[in-house]
Design a protein around this ligand. Structure first.
Ligand code: ADP
Length: 345
């Protein structure tokens, strides 16, 4: 059985075609900078064959058509016909409280995902666009949604409750959901395998540090707390999101600068975090800036690491100890400097 896995983001589509029976990735790649100048498709096949195509990729429809063309191409492809794709798995960021597991997609599921779009405006609309595009292109192939929120559905109510008026929370489904669950679960299981210990014996803290960043406390293989909340805005400092911030400061800005909801949304989702402090959201550039003595870059790195350290302390208390500390995603995997900064002290 061949499964096409799609992760449709705002300006990128990442994909893998996996031969499930052998757990073998036949080919993988990504389309980046969709709708911008300098768009590219990169594909790497299991035998090492690589291609990179540069050109105008105006929207997600064209991106997905390019991907299918590469999968089917005579020189660089891995399948002969679209019917060689037997199922499609979509990453979906927000599943609300509706989904504790992956689900087969139908019209009802699509409506539930659409209903969650306001909760994850940077992600869910693009995830949904990918689902609808594939249903149009390959209507007879089963499609499954895998939710970033599902793993955290095991959080106890004391971890997911906000101290806001209860009736309002009930009416608007306001509670903490958590994200990056697919990865937190995966790295926890991988670390247990790697340590040759059952995951049920381990107290694990997983730090997912990418453009988005979150940290998760995992006890007996189950998420008991995580730093992102109702939306992916809460918690750690991220590329363009601030993480934890006093709501009073936001109220002040709304009054003092007459910021409306749209402007506030843009500020919190796109103009804050590392970018807000330094003007840049790429950690490599910020590390390079700090190395050249840029004060704001140095401050951003210190704040980024300190926030993570503070959460690790809190989650050690929540877990009653710690056996494994995991670093994952772009920054977590690649930057020894940030890992050292987090673990300092
Ligand atoms: P996402 O998938 O959320 O877009 P990634 O997990 O790809 O994000 O992580 C992107 C982040 O990882 C960027 O801030 C990038 O600068 C950072 N990153 C990638 N490689 C390195 C590295 N070698 N050192 C420091 N940061 C890195």
């Amino acid at each position: 059985m061949n499964i096409l896995v799609l992760n449709c983001g705002s300006s990128s589509v990442k994909y893998q075609l996996i031969e499930a029976d052998n757990r073998k990735t036949l080919t993988r790649g990504s389309v980046e900078r969709i709708g911008m100048t300098g768009a590219t498709l990169s594909n790497k096949r299991h035998d090492g064959d690589e291609i990179r195509i540069a050109g105008d990729i105006l929207d997600h429809t064209i991106a997905i058509e390019y991907i299918l063309a590469v999968l089917l191409s005579r020189n660089h492809g891995v399948i002969n016909d679209k019917s060689d794709i037997h199922a499609i798995g979509h990453r979906v960021v927000h599943g609300g409280a509706a989904f504790a597991n992956a689900v087969l997609i139908n019209e009802d599921i699509i409506q539930l995902i659409r209903a969650s779009c306001d909760l994850a405006p940077l992600h869910n609309p693009y995830n949904l666009a990918g689902i609808e595009l594939m249903r149009g292109l390959l209507p007879s192939i089963p499609q499954v949604a895998v939710f970033d929120t599902a793993f955290h559905q095991t959080m106890p109510s004391h971890a997911y409750t906000y101290a806001l008026p209860h009736e309002l929370c009930e009416k608007e489904h306001i509670r903490r959901y958590g994200f990056h669950g697919t990865n937190h679960e995966y790295v926890a299981l991988r670390s247990a395998t790697w340590l040759k210990r059952p995951v049920s014996e381990l107290k694990i803290i997983s730090c997912h540090l990418g453009s988005g960043a979150s940290i998760c406390a995992i006890d007996h293989g189950r998420s008991i707390d995580t730093s992102m909340g109702m939306t992916p805005l809460e918690g750690l400092i991220m590329g363009t999101r601030p993480g934890d911030v006093d709501p009073g400061a936001l109220l002040h800005l709304m009054r003092a600068d007459s910021l409306d909801v749209e402007r506030m949304d843009r500020m919190l989702n796109r103009e804050s975090g590392l970018k807000g402090i330094t003007g840049k959201n790429d950690m490599r550039e910020i590390l390079a800036g700090a190395a050249q003595g840029d004060v704001q870059c140095t401050r951003a790195i210190s704040a980024f690491c300190y926030r993570i350290r503070k959460y690790i302390g809190a989650y050690m208390a929540a877990l009653g100890g710690l056996d494994v500390l995991i670093f994952t995603a772009g920054i977590g995997e690649n930057s020894a400097e940030i890992r050292a900064g987090v673990c300092q002290g």
